[in-house]
Design a protein around this ligand. Structure first.
Ligand SMILES: Nc1ncnc2c1ncn2[C@@H]1O[C@H](COP(=O)(O)OP(=O)(O)OP(=O)(O)O)[C@@H](O)[C@H]1O
Length: 566
């Protein structure tokens, strides 16, 4: 399993110098790798020195003056270099230059960049290279500006602050491939080119996209210069993860912590590279999971976390039982517990994160009311009279519905009326020739209405949560959010056609295909077109262009969407 991080950081000019331009050049630059290190260590070191020193200098200078963005030069400064070296000495306790450490940290297994693969057209050679590296715990390999990652499913100890430090300011190809190198180079490309950058993370479910996006976020949170007043923005951004995971992640057959929504995260930096704002866009939450889960899967984590970790008073107030088996929306997958997850700790982390983000006690209570209401709604059962009239079966369930209504709000009227809710779940309103008519729902229709309500309530709550997080990020940051922000993290769904065969899944798959198109457009197609335009000799690479799939869905008049809306 692997995923691809695509760093779209190439200006037109840069791309002319890039690996694809000619493999030979890249081979010379990277590959000879060890040989090259031997040949020109001084040159390499000097270049790195300039970069490292330059970055320090930039920070220093920019602290002094905020008015001159043109000061973003990467000139060396001996004093800054000394400080950098001294820091490295402190980390490992040995007196040596950071640059030497970086250079010897290059790995020697297979090729670090697929561009250097002799048999570059062979899938078997590609996999073999990944395999060789993976057996040595080297999970990252470059492919030009793309980073390929294989999920190790174990802690390799490669994300420590020391690792962050090692990759900071170092040229892309100087040390072993790493997600921090990608993060750092993207950040520096943004600062030097003053252009927005985008990291596209894609792969099948369980490939490691969410973990990768967390690592990138953490890298920026730790490495970017941030004045004290920006600390709360950083905390808020980091704490958004447990909240989004509690409400948007669930155990699936492939991944115990699978994100069931798409996330588009936008981090904004000022001209000095200081993070000043952030924005999260959520899309396509898998709402059907609220009412149904496949065997071996769970509903969203938050339900189990509340039942396991909520206080006695909280559960009493919500009329909830600790046992998840009591709730029909939680038993479909027959999987109340997951060995790799600790729901009690998850609950603690969620409550803490909500408070850091700025949720008040009242807002937390409202959130709990909604979660409780969804569980009670799932337990509402219907009966059918002989004449086909549907009713809510027992007195107990009527009480449950009252409980549901207490947890729900209908702005601007306040709490939802229990009787009105019961009526709404068993009847529908029709308008014919300008006249309104109320007609009873059948047994099946009533069940579908209940489930639709539960999904809508949960879906809107999730959107509300994200909006609240965004408001908080805007408050902590430097004023209102602007368009054209400077860095983006895009974390998309895995492609899981086999699991859901619904319109919802269709939209998710369509979204994945469009992102794949973007990837093809920005890497393979544009690169090959450029060779043609410039008359560079090259061997065409065969690849599957999924444009036919996108056309099938979106083509005017003939595409599936056109046919559906007819
Ligand atoms: N770099 C890594 N190092 C160690 N373990 C990892 C790494 N990346 C992922 N994992 C493990 O794999 C699991 C699945 O990863 P992750 O949740 O990031 O997948 P995903 O691609 O986001 O899946 P989905 O599309 O289902 O959300 C993680 O919970 C973690 O245990």
């Amino acid at each position: 399993m692997f995923f691809i991080c695509y760093s779209h950081d190439r200006s037109r000019k840069e791309s002319r110098r890039r690996p694809g331009r000619d493999q030979e050049k890249t081979r010379r630059r990277l590959g000879g790798d060890q040989e090259e290190t031997r040949r020109r260590p001084g040159g390499d070191q000097e270049e790195t020195r300039r970069r490292l020193g330059g970055d320090q200098e930039v920070q220093q200078e920019e602290q002094q003056t905020q008015k001159e963005p043109s000061k973003l030069t990467l000139a060396p400064q001996p004093q800054a270099r000394m400080r950098y070296q001294a820091r490295e000495v402190g980390v490992d306790g040995r007196v040596r230059l950071v640059l030497e450490g970086s250079l010897t940290a290059r790995d020697r297994v297979g090729v670090q960049d697929f561009v250097l693969l002799e048999n570059f057209n062979s899938e078997a050679a590609f996999i073999e290279n990944l395999r060789r590296r993976f057996t040595e715990n080297l999970i990252y390999t470059y492919m030009g500006s793309v980073l390929v990652s294989v999920n190790p499913y174990k802690d390799l100890g490669i994300y420590s602050p020391q690792h962050m430090e090692r990759y900071r300011g170092v040229s892309y190809y100087e040390i072993s491939p790493h997600i921090y190198a990608l993060s750092d180079n993207t950040y520096r490309a943004m600062k030097t080119s003053r252009r927005d950058q985008c990291l596209l993370i894609s792969g099948e479910s369980g490939a490691g996209k969410t973990e990768a996006s967390k690592k990138i976020l953490l890298y920026y949170a730790v490495s970017c210069p941030a004045p004290q007043r920006m600390a709360s923005l950083r905390d808020c951004l980091l704490q958004s993860t447990p909240v989004l995971e509690a409400f948007g992640n669930a155990k699936t057959l492939r991944n115990d912590n699978s994100s069931r929504f798409g996330k588009y995260m936008d981090i904004q930096f000022d001209f000095r590279g200081v993070p000043v704002g952030a924005h999260i866009l959520n899309y396509l939450l898998e709402k059907s999971r609220v009412v149904h889960q496949n065997h071996g899967e769970r509903n969203y984590h938050v339900f189990y976390q509340l039942l396991e970790g909520g206080t006695e008073e909280q559960l009493l107030h919500l009329h909830l039982d600790r046992n998840p088996q009591k709730y029909l929306y939680l038993v479909k997958g027959n999987c109340p517990r997951v060995s790799s997850m600790n729901d009690k700790n998850g609950w603690k982390a969620l409550v803490k994160a909500l408070s850091v983000i700025g949720f008040t006690e009242g807002e937390l209570q409202e959130l709990l009311d909604v979660i409780g209401s969804v569980l009670h709604l799932g337990n509402t059962q219907f009966g059918e009279e002989e004449d086909g009239q549907t009713y809510v079966t027992t007195e107990m369930e009527l009480k449950t519905l009252t409980q549901v209504s207490r947890g729900l709000w209908q702005p601007p009227r306040g709490r939802v009326d229990g009787a009105a809710l019961t009526e709404a779940l068993t009847h529908k309103k029709l308008t014919a020739k300008g006249e309104e008519m109320i007609s009873p729902l059948t047994f099946e229709q009533a069940g579908a209405a209940r489930d639709a309500l539960a999904q809508a309530v949960y879906g809107r709550t999730f959107t509300w949560l994200v909006e609240k997080i965004n408001q908080s990020l805007a408050l902590q940051g430097d004023g209102p959010l602007q368009d054209g922000s400077l860095s983006r993290l895009l974390d998309i769904y895995g492609f899981e056609v086999f699991q859901h065969n619904s319109f919802e899944q269709f939209c998710i798959n369509y979204c994945s295909e469009k992102l794949q198109q973007l990837f093809i457009e920005l890497t393979l197609r544009s690169e090959q077109e450029e060779y043609e335009t410039e008359g560079v000799a090259w061997e065409p690479v065969q690849y599957f262009d999924n444009k036919v799939i996108c056309d099938l869905i979106e083509e005017k008049h003939k595409g599936i969407i056109s046919i559906l809306v007819r």
